[in-house]
Design a binder for this molecule. Structure first.
Ligand SMILES: [Zn+2]
Length: 277
């Protein structure tokens, strides 16, 4: 193990610890899947109004008005961490939320037995959401990588809550502790293409996809990956070592308004100051 690798792992570990401190995950996996009274009450409390959301500024320096809360659970998806949800980190711009929900609806019809996890979104009022440097306007979402084990859908790592950010995958997308578990790259590409397609119906499009650079080859080699590569969707070309190391268990998406000349999703922060996208 090189010095740099140790350093990245240490950074990743500290990020995860921070997340764990802020969003403690003490509940069992099964409890997390239950939409209990507290979650229902929270969803009711934060029931969406009809006012159009406003994303102000950039994903790295902005705010969000009239945010809409992602449902904790849908037919084929669930928010990944109960405490994170109740801490108010599952909000999105209304148009983004609509695009994500339509994407899941479409996936539930084409792949009725496949389940997905949505990870951190934004605060209700946007702004800084430690330790993320972006996610400030409701236009950024982290999506958990769908996994395969022996070529079958695998969900054994989906239920660990915030600690999921800490998982490590090698440069081929295989889980470091069990190489029989690997990222379903074809499904990642398919989901990105669908989200961009439905986002365009809401005046948005994907401005940026962040995924560990070493995983791009695997992503683009798949059936849907080839379509993604040929599309206009921007998949990052280069990342700081820390940001790169973090985007193996999940991929990050920034959306923006198609008509905007100044991209909402433009990230103006300097790389060293970023803890995580
Ligand atoms: Zn992110």
């Amino acid at each position: 193990m090189t010095f740099y690798k140790i350093q990245f792992n240490a950074a990743k570990m500290s990020l995860s610890l921070l997340l764990l401190i802020f969003v403690p995950t003490l509940l069992s996996a099964q409890e997390r899947l239950r939409v209990d009274y507290e979650i229902m009450e929270y969803m009711q409390l934060k029931a969406n109004d009809d006012t159009v959301s406003a994303a102000i500024g950039t994903v790295g320096n902005g705010t969000l008005q009239h945010a809409k809360l992602m449902p904790y659970k849908g037919k084929n998806f669930i928010y990944f961490d109960r405490e994170s949800y109740l801490a108010g980190r599952g909000f999105l711009h209304g148009s983004v939320r609509k695009s994500v929900l339509t994407t899941y609806d479409s996936l539930s019809r084409s792949l009725p037995h496949r389940y997905f996890n949505i990870m951190e979104c934004s605060n209700e009022d946007g702004g800084e959401m430690f330790p993320h440097k972006t996610h400030q306007t409701g236009m950024s979402i982290d999506f958990m990588m769908p996994l395969l084990k022996d070529n079958k859908p695998y969900y054994g790592l989906d239920t660990i809550g915030a600690a999921h950010y800490m998982l490590n995958f090698d440069d081929d997308g295989k889980y470091s502790r069990d190489p029989s578990i690997s990222i379903d790259f074809n499904l990642v590409a398919r989901k990105i293409l669908l989200l961009d397609y439905f986002a365009r119906q809401n005046g948005l499009n994907i401005f940026k996809v962040i995924i560990k650079i070493e995983l791009k080859d695997e992503l683009f080699a798949t059936e849907y990956g080839k379509i993604l590569k040929a599309s206009e969707i921007y998949v990052v070309q280069g990342l700081s070592p820390l940001i790169n190391a973090l985007h193996d268990d999940h991929f990050h998406i920034d959306l923006g308004f198609t008509y905007n000349k100044t991209p909402q999703a433009e990230n103006t922060e300097s790389i060293d100051r970023i803890l995580t996208e």
